[in-house]
Design a binder for this molecule. Sequence first.
Ligand code: NAP
Length: 292
Amino acid sequence: MTILDGKKVSNDIKDEITEQVKKMVAKGEKVPHLAAIIVGNDGASLTYVASKVRACERVGFESTMVRMSNTTSEVELLDKIEELNTDNDIDGFIIQLPLPPQINTQKVLMAVNPDKDVDGFHPMNFGKMALDMSTFIPATPFGILELMDRYGVETKGKHTVVIGRSHIVGRPMSILMGRKGFPGNSTVTLTHSHTKNITQITSQADIIISALGVPNFLKAEMVKDDAVIIDVGITRVADDTAAKGYVITGDVDFENVSKKASYITPVPGGVGPMTIAMLLKNTLLARERHMQ
Ligand code: NAP
């Protein structure tokens, strides 16, 4: 069994990006600039944005965090987005989700300039992805592809089962695994909360990508021998013995599933760090495109 070490690979990617930024600086070019809008005070969202800002510093990018109050109106947020859309200094930006209930998330994501949409959530970029065109691939699926690529995980002709169909993970993942090319060329089954007999489906899978957010959902009896297991889940589970009062738990019963798997991602240290590395990669891509 091989651990797909997202922490190590993400550090390799950050080192590669750092080298590219150094070359930009040496040539007197402007370095990539990522902005993040965060609305409200959600603890997990603040942690995620802080780690994205730290990652920018690590590779030499400029970063800007835009904090807006929990009572921000949709119009105020749309105005801020327009400001970033037209700010030539900003190459790409993200809007940390979830947004407060008074704001229509879909409307907000549609307002982002697709050329600056480094999360790849705009319908234009999502459509390009589905049509195999060059675009910003959402960072989590992009990170999973990169991890499989760097470990040489075979995907061609394999049966991939994706659990969860969210617009940011499961749905794009199912499209990408079925694309022509590597990683891809898989036969894909997309499952969700209405799927019947899920164990029957997962136990036939060569590759399982689990993105539902239910701790320890995927048990050893749901997995065949030598399957590749990608665990996207991140759930805070209360634990009085932990310093923070909680532990981060994945969707996979790692202890037992890892005994059967050929490759498996740990939580933490698997898909999570890859997501941030690929956001940086998309920002670099945005910068390069703006220079053309
Ligand atoms: P989401 O929007 O809540 O979607 C969850 C999906 O799981 C839905 O499609 C839902 O089906 C499906 N589902 C729920 N219960 C199920 C069941 N019993 N059997 C089969 N499918 C079921 O979640 P998300 O945003 O994709 O996130 C999923 C998990 O990944 C969360 O833990 C999240 O924190 C984590 N995540 C991690 C990263 C990272 O960087 N590692 C990035 C993003 C998300 P329906 O569509 O029928 O409701």
